[in-house]
Design a protein around this ligand. Structure first.
Ligand code: NI
Length: 410
């Protein structure tokens, strides 16, 4: 309350009630506002905005193999570029400053991210289920390595690149091993889907005699810093492995509910000290990129499922959406309003009726806040969005291109 935050050259240099510095280029009055860290979407596929509401209300395998993969085969690099920007419009207006992505044509996603000013850990989804002696000629892996060399650390460090074996059911063990070794050589992180459905869990037990987490751990994948999306069906032993190997669990409650995948054991993961972050997954399985909804779901669904009102507390859900995600994506000096941290911040209008009276702001953030409360969004101290106005994105052009792509594709 009554605090002042000073940012200089993209960093937070003062937080307190008695600012003594007199030089200001720009002063923003925060009266009636809450300043919170920018939200970090720890698992998504931004170009999938193009497939929003295209194939809903079906099981994951039918959805993916019969509907999504066939359309994805027809997407061009330009489609990916504009689809990503459609996602950025939505994410920025909802206070998301940073995201973790897995898709293809990632040079176009990286280009869009660089221009937009957001932060991202991007990855080329890697799929190869064939048993081969040598995966060095694999085209997708080559693309991923080229993407890493070209883009990792680009845009003043705002763009980072991970390697992304899509999932254990789309990647042969030898392929995952090769990706792991490549990541080790490059110093890249890993981003993958893990144990999303009961079918994946059972198939893995049948095929390898191990749970998905045990299978990936035995390949050595978790020796590399890893973001594991979903983890819906992981066991207590799996969570112990994840804690020991510092694997981040990227919880996607909205997507898991929509696809009927189940509810990840997040309260147990948190109790065991596993780093839990939050993501929306792609807009085709959610169907939006609204992190406030995920915070709300993460704070609610475990209470209901376990009949335990203490299962995930408001502050735990909010931290999962901010500092835990930033740490997981390798943006270790982001996710807090704190001296020395990058100024990735969001101003919320908290004078609206659903914030009053002001008993507990943190509770309000988890249980009452709406994406439409976001007024101003800063990344590295720069304003990217302010009360409906985008500073780096051409909204009219993006919407025009999206309509054009939609007409061509469908
Ligand atoms: Ni996903």
């Amino acid at each position: 309350r009554n605090a002042t935050v000073i940012t200089e050259k993209g960093k937070i240099t003062y937080v307190g009630e008695n600012p003594h510095r007199a030089i200001h280029h720009q002063i923003i009055d925060g009266k009636g506002k809450a300043l919170v860290p920018g939200l970090v979407n720890a698992h998504t596929h931004v170009p999938m905005t193009l497939l929003r509401s295209y194939a809903d209300d079906m099981a994951l395998h039918t959805w993916l193999y019969d509907h999504i993969f066939p359309v994805e085969d027809r997407l061009t690099p330009d489609d990916i570029y504009w689809g990503s920007q459609l996602a950025f419009l939505e994410m920025l207006a909802g206070g998301t400053t940073c995201f973790c992505d897995m898709y293809y044509f990632i040079d176009r996603i990286a280009e869009a991210t660089e221009n937009c000013g957001m932060k991202a850990l991007l990855s080329r989804g890697l799929i190869n289920g064939e048993q081969m002696k040598d995966y060095s000629k694999d085209e997708r892996l080559k693309e991923a390595v080229e993407g890493f060399l070209q883009w990792n650390g680009a845009a003043n460090g705002r763009v980072r690149i991970a390697l992304a074996p899509h999932a254990l059911y789309t990647c042969a063990p030898g392929y995952i091993r090769t990706i792991r070794d490549t990541a080790e050589k490059l110093g890249a992180m890993i981003h993958t889907h893990v144990d999303e459905t009961a079918k994946e869990h059972q198939d893995c037990l049948d095929q390898y005699g191990k749970t998905p987490v045990e299978h990936l751990n035995d390949i050595g994948l978790f020796d590399i810093p890893t973001i594991a999306a979903h983890c819906v069906h992981v066991t207590e032993d799996d969570l112990d492995i994840m804690k020991k190997k510092k694997v981040t669990l990227a919880h996607n409650p909205g997507s898991n509910l929509k696809l009927g995948s189940g509810i990840a054991p997040v309260p147990t993961a948190m109790k065991k000290g596993v780093n839990v972050a939050l993501g929306t997954d792609g807009a085709s399985s959610n169907n939006n990129l609204n992190m406030w909804e995920e915070i709300n779901l993460a704070a609610l669904i475990h209470k209901g499922a376990l009949m335990d009102p203490l299962a995930v507390k408001a502050h735990e859900a909010f931290m999962a959406a901010t500092v835990n995600g930033a740490k997981a994506l390798g943006f270790t000096n982001s996710g807090k309003i704190c001296v020395g941290y990058q100024a990735d911040m969001v101003l919320l209008n908290i004078t609206k009726p659903h914030y009053l009276p002001e008993h507990n702001l943190v509770s309000n953030l988890a249980y009452s806040a709406q994406a439409s409360d976001v007024e101003t969004v800063f990344v590295d101290g720069k304003i990217l969005y302010d009360r409906g106005e985008y500073k780096t994105l051409d909204k009219e052009r993006i919407l025009f291109e999206i309509r054009r792509i939609y007409q061509r594709l469908f």
